[in-house]
Design a protein around this ligand. Structure first.
Ligand code: PMP
Length: 286
């Protein structure tokens, strides 16, 4: 059976899952989304993902037409319809079809799309050997322009940085904020380890507050590893002992070089390995 996609209350075969070309989600990137994972049939931190989705929608004055409770049921129904237990789930809310102008008041019917599919973001060797990344010259959007805390459908800022990474032969790229501080990567949050202490940029550094990021901070606490949010520059990354990235799709992935400079020993560090193992255990525990 073809993959079943949920669109606003109904299921469609993948080939027939379509929305209007007048939808402002397409015309202007006007909408919000979430990416999450199901492990053995349980969606990891679903409540946190839905909270972020509804907050992102509020931030752009978009009312999601169904309640969080109905959304939660629809997400699980999409998994069941596709007999999936280990999956990546993409939730997309568009502003809906409207006129050929920006005015969101001239749109109607925001669309709710749920796609459950398999995903493998990076080849397994990157998890064993670590990623090489570069710093993109594209800075993270200024929070007064479009807050990076909103997970909106307008991802061109990140895509521009991703292109820079790909052109340099890297699958991820580091983004700085408008002040030159470390923010995050194009689709992942960043952590460093220095003298046994774990650090990640603060929420106001121009980042999306990742659910995986927060899970790692919780795991540090549980394992007695000192961890805190810290404003940092590229200097801090260059002199770090270890570096790793986090995201729902990527999970925990080590970084071994930044801008061709080896981080620490230039191989996967022990705290990264410990946290990566702890994260695997956490997502597989009910
Ligand atoms: N930053 C950005 C820009 C992202 O798009 C994502 C999600 N792919 C993340 C960080 C990580 O967030 P999460 O752990 O909630 O997936």
């Amino acid at each position: 059976m073809a993959l079943q996609i949920y669109i606003s209350g109904k299921f469609y075969d993948k080939a027939d899952a379509k929305i209007s070309v007048y939808d402002h989600g397409l015309l202007y990137g006007d909408g919000v989304f979430e990416g999450m994972r199901s492990y053995s049939g349980t969606i990891f931190r679903l409540k946190e993902h839905l909270e972020r989705l509804y907050e992102s929608a509020r931030a752009i004055c978009l009312t999601i037409p169904i309640s969080i409770e109905v959304m939660e049921k629809a997400v699980y129904e999409t998994l069941q319809k596709n007999s999936l237990i280990d999956a990546y789930i993409r939730l997309v809310i568009t502003r809906g079809a409207g006129s050929l102008g920006l005015d969101p008041n001239k749109t109607s019917d925001p669309q709710v799309i749920i796609i459950a599919d398999s995903i493998s973001l990076y080849p397994e060797e990157f998890y064993d050997k670590g990623l090489k990344i570069i710093t993109a010259s594209t800075v993270r959007s200024h929070p007064a322009a479009l807050s990076p805390r909103v997970k909106s459908l307008n991802y061109l800022n990140n895509i521009m940085a991703k292109i820079e990474g790909l052109q340099a032969g890297c699958v991820e790229a580091l983004m700085l904020n408008h002040k030159g501080e470390v923010a995050e990567c194009t689709g992942d949050n960043i952590f460093i380890v220095k003298r046994g202490v774990v650090m990640t940029p603060p929420k106001d550094a121009g980042i999306l507050e990742g659910i995986t990021r927060n899970a790692i901070l919780d795991l540090c606490k549980e394992h007695g590893i000192v961890a805190f949010e810290q404003t940092m520059t590229r200097h801090d990354l260059y002199v770090a002992d270890e570096c790793f990235l986090t995201g729902s799709a990527a999970e925990v992935i080590p970084v071994v070089t930044i801008d061709s400079r080896p981080i620490g020993s230039g191989s996967v560090g022990p705290i990264t390995k410990k946290l990566s193992d702890a994260f695997k255990k956490l997502v597989h525990s009910k």
